[in-house]
Design a protein around this ligand. Structure first.
Ligand code: HEC
Ligand code: HEC
Length: 221
């Protein structure tokens, strides 16, 4: 795991973030100091012109994130999550969790400190609009077991097709190693990523259950 922002990435981020279209500059001025991300997001949802400007800011920011999260948010590393197709409110909530220490990852915490609110909203709008690349299951029997487990518990919140909703994470097509590590963190109640909803829903999972569910969920389109 990278512990510090590599210099190249930090410089690329600084360069990208320094460039803003004129309309976004005005928006940026309004977004300085303390802006409630939620309120700003609602504003963008109600104003197509603003949403479009912020989307473009987000697309620029995403060029830096692509180093790890892949082009258009389809990660090519199994340990790094896809951001493509992710639900906006979930993404904003994770930014808040990295910022206030409920979720720990030194690199991501630094990255988020370097972004202003419009860059955050822009990034969310950009990634939510990207398509997830489908990866078929490599072990159909294992994925079948996972589907059974999924159909008993996980579907209740993440939905039959794994895409969650405005508030709950999309997990369909998520990277396998990332899913495995994340489920174990929730189950084991680590302080890296604790969650009062996911911990009770994973506490009875054996490692074998997790393997099966990971095989299924990572192959969902
Ligand atoms: C050096 C690699 C790296 C770069 C560059 C990077 N990230 Fe990440 N990001 C990670 C890793 C690793 C995780 C998973 C952290 C964990 O939970 O273990 C992550 C997690 C996330 C998550 C949570 C995803 C989820 O499904 O919960 C978001 C959101 C995110 N990153 C946004 C960004 C944005 C936006 C950028 C660009 C401004 C960015 N990241 C740049 C490595 C990176
Ligand atoms: C009662 C509702 C509920 C149920 C049931 C549930 N989840 Fe979740 N899940 C959530 C919520 C809420 C979050 C966001 C937690 C957070 O912010 O860390 C989440 C987050 C996740 C994440 C992290 C997504 C990411 O991108 O990092 C994964 C993976 C996940 N759930 C998988 C599962 C699996 C597998 C099951 C079944 C064993 C399951 N969930 C059952 C509500 C639920």
């Amino acid at each position: 795991m990278v512990k510090r922002i590599p210099v190249v990435v930090a410089m690329a981020l600084a360069a990208v973030l320094a460039w803003q279209p004129a309309a976004a500059q005005t928006a940026k001025a309004r977004a300085t100091a303390k802006v409630d991300l939620e309120a700003r997001f609602k504003e963008a949802q109600a104003d197509p012109k603003l949403a479009d400007d912020l989307y473009k800011v987000g697309r620029k920011v995403a060029a830096v994130c692509a180093n790890c999260h892949g082009e258009g948010g389809n990660s090519t590393k199994s340990s790094i999550p896809n951001l493509a197709g992710q639900n906006p409110a979930y993404l904003l909530e994770q930014l808040r969790q990295f910022s206030d220490g409920r979720r720990r990852n030194e690199f991501m915490e630094g990255m988020i400190r370097a972004m202003n609110s419009d860059e955050k909203i822009g990034m969310v709008l950009f990634y939510a609009a990207q398509e997830v690349t489908h990866k078929p299951a490599t072990n159909a029997a294992l994925a079948g077991k996972g589907q059974e487990y999924y159909g008993k518990i996980c579907f209740r919140c993440h939905g039959n097709v794994g895409r969650g909703n405005e508030l709950i994470a999309r997990i369909a097509g998520q990277q396998a190693d990332y899913l495995r590590v994340t489920l174990k963190r929730y189950r084991d109640g680590t302080d890296v990523r604790a969650n009062s909803i996911m911990t009770p829903n994973t506490k009875n999972m054996t490692d074998a259950d997790i393997e099966a569910v990971v095989a299924y969920v990572s192959s969902m389109p």
